[in-house]
Design a protein around this ligand. Sequence first.
Ligand code: ATP
Ligand code: MG
Length: 472
Amino acid sequence: MALAAALAVAAVAVGLSWAAFALIRYELTHQLDLDLTQAATVAVQQHGDAPPSVLAGQCQYLAAPACAQVVPADPARDPHAPDDGYLLPVGPPVREVAAGTRAPYYTVTTVGGQPARMLVTRFRSGTALQVALRSDGVQRAVAQSAALMAALGAAGVLLAALLGWWVSRTGLRPVTRLTATVERITATRDPRHRITSHAAPGRRPDEITRLGDSFNTMLDALEQSVAAQRHLVADASHELRTPLTALRTNAELLARADRLTEAQRERAAGALGRQLRELTGMVNDLVELARDEEPQALVERFRLLPLVEHAVTAARGHWPGQEFTLTTAPGTGDALVEGIPARLSRLLANLLDNAAKFGAVGGEGGPVEVEVGYGPSGEALELSVRDHGPGIADEDLPHLFDRFYRAGTARSLPGSGLGLAMARQIARAHGADLVAESVPTTEGGGARLRLTGLVGHAPEGDQPGRRRPTIQ
Ligand SMILES: Nc1ncnc2c1ncn2[C@@H]1O[C@H](COP(=O)(O)OP(=O)(O)OP(=O)(O)O)[C@@H](O)[C@H]1O
Ligand SMILES: [Mg+2]
């Protein structure tokens, strides 16, 4: 950019200097030609009847600035030999002008070793008048102006180089900053760096500033994603340690099986199997949680109610001692939602599993009540799962959806604390939200988990089936 800008300005500077020089040279020469014409006119007026000869007193070249002579057309009738007697050179073109076969012309010559400009024009019939003026002064002036213009042009080129460098530096400074930040991020792999914006407040940001802003936004997203992944890995490695230790203990115990009684061996083998299943479940959950977005190709529009019924039936199978009830508000039977059925089933299973597991804590609870209805807006579907267990303590509420979070009372029960984190992730991926609340003891106590804002679609006119994704 510096080179391009410098070249452009330099070309203009050189062009202008050259044009100025050409104009000065033309003006000086033109002035000399005017003087010659005038001298010729004077010579004609004063010596109109003089014979072909050097016009007396006029050709003392060094003494007088002008010099004139009359030359006949026919050399045979010339009283002077061409090389001798004339001060100004006489050649065939001069004779041709005298004879009238050539137009008057200006030329340059030397007289007495000095540069001169000469006009050859017709004098009387058959003779030509040669007038010369010394031109050393003019030549000096032209040379001086050439030197001056060359110096100006060179200064212009230098200035152009400086300007080009300055313009490119100022114009490209934000790009340099952007590049430096990108290079820093590449070198350190740390996405916390940001481009500092230097846009004046209140002024419209230029393209580079906007590019920097977009870059920062991209870095924000990247940083969040990297931080989330790091947390997940840190949490996972921490949480996997305990079950792995237990597994190893049991495995070591079984390795020395010969020293155990039959009953001890069976207990250890049973514990090992159970722990392995739990660990497998946990690793599977982790893998699902680590997956940031839902696979878009699986998004479809389907009826919600059969999916809920299916989930409740499955839960009854898993928890034979637990009663489950399903209540549906009018109009929800045909309501369609858009999403991935398998993922929503997973969400429901997690909620039902929790309700059955924690609802039974503290003795005989009550049924797990599942309700499908419409939210306050009347458009979005709402689904709630309520149990009659101990409910959720206020201090646990803000952390319930954190990965690996388990309330103190839940520690004795199986589980890894990933169920609700995954459930909320699935809910959010479907544009909905999952909230937990404790039911007041006046209403029977227990916990209620509500899936809100699940966008329903009126069944009429809509074709159920695969559609392009709306899932974020
Ligand atoms: N219905 C409920 N009643 C009371 N507490 C609950 C209920 N549901 C969840 N919790 C509390 O929230 C915690 C987190 O639930 P989450 O489902 O994430 O984990 P988990 O059920 O313990 O383990 P996992 O689901 O991974 O097997 C639970 O440990 C429990 O303390
Ligand atoms: Mg759970």
